[in-house]
Design a protein around this ligand. Structure first.
Ligand code: SF4
Length: 87
């Protein structure tokens, strides 16, 4: 399924992705995978600023929400991302 920065966020206009690419927030991006559920790193804040623990991992019955070693962010970085996504 395609994804967009604007989906489920309050972002309007252009948005700078983690890789430095600038994208219109409404732009649809190709799925990261087509045969598995995935979390978009550009949109995941590990629930910082909202909950004490990642809510997807807390409710997943088969523990499939696991940390991605390619995206290791500090709490400060995650909170900054949260502020950029949810004004
Ligand atoms: S950790 Fe929180 S923000 Fe990230 S995908 Fe799970 S529920 Fe969404």
């Amino acid at each position: 399924m395609e994804w967009a920065i604007a989906d489920g966020t309050s972002v309007k206009g252009d948005f700078v992705l983690m890789n430095g690419e600038v994208t219109p927030s409404e732009a649809k991006h190709a799925p990261i995978a087509i045969d598995i559920y995935y979390i978009t790193p550009d949109k995941c804040t590990e629930c910082q600023g909202f909950h004490e623990e990642p809510q997807c991992a807390a409710v997943c019955p088969v523990d499939c929400c696991v940390p991605d070693e390619m995206y290791q962010e500090t709490v400060e970085e995650l909170l900054q991302k949260k502020d950029r996504l949810h004004l």
